[in-house]
Design a protein around this ligand. Structure first.
Ligand code: IMP
Length: 187
């Protein structure tokens, strides 16, 4: 059975252009150099495509947390890699691939605020997956909202680290997940 494609490459490009337009309108004529903090690893393709369309001066950095295992969130967040840029009193834009329960971004926003005291934190996410939200967290700029709790793979989204390199977003079949499980065991 063919995979259920949720976002084609063309649709992804349209989303990135829309998000970039919104950010350009927010920052283009401001005398500020925002720090874009990409949340590894999922936000990498989105962040790389997005920054090429941004027309204001910016700095990039990355932070890494983990919370997912297989196809669901564990709810326990571990900080794996911290930022290296001094963001005190600066404008920060957190760039995330997806908001699901909201726990990851809730944690990150508080962590960054408490530890580094930036002037402002905005949240940008590629996909806002609404149904399993556990905390009241809203992104400032959203690529696309999804009202179904589908597990996605591709364009940064992974199944146990596999699939991030696929150029479109899809819902993997049970058969696909079994094949990946088998391959993972053998590697
Ligand atoms: P949250 O903490 O539940 O909001 O989850 C955020 C993180 O869970 C994201 O950064 C992703 O790494 C992961 N995640 C959430 N939904 C999916 C999905 O559909 N596919 C792959 N990873 C996901």
């Amino acid at each position: 059975m063919a995979p259920e494609i949720v976002l084609s490459r063309e649709e992804i490009d349209e989303i990135i252009t829309k998000v970039a337009d919104e950010l350009n309108a927010m920052y283009e004529n401001k005398n500020t150099i925002p720090v874009l903090i990409g949340v590894l690893k999922g936000a990498l393709p989105f962040m790389m495509d997005l920054i090429k369309k941004l027309k204001f001066d910016l700095v990039i950095d990355f932070i890494q947390v983990t919370s997912y295992s297989g196809t669901s969130s564990t709810g326990v967040i571990h900080l794996k890699k911290d930022i290296t840029t001094d963001i005190k009193n600066r404008d920060v834009i957190i760039v995330e691939d997806i908001i699901d329960t909201g726990l990851t971004l809730n944690y990150l926003k508080q962590y960054i605020q408490l530890n580094y005291s930036p002037r402002d934190i905005k949240i940008v996410c590629f996909v806002d997956k609404k149904p399993l939200r556990k905390v009241d967290l809203k992104a400032d700029v959203v690529g696309i909202t999804m009202n179904q709790a589908k597990f996605l793979v591709g364009y940064g989204f992974d199944y146990n680290e596999i699939g991030r390199n696929i150029g479109y977003v899809f819902v993997p079949s049970k058969k696909q997940l079994e094949e990946w499980d088998k391959k993972l065991k053998e590697n």
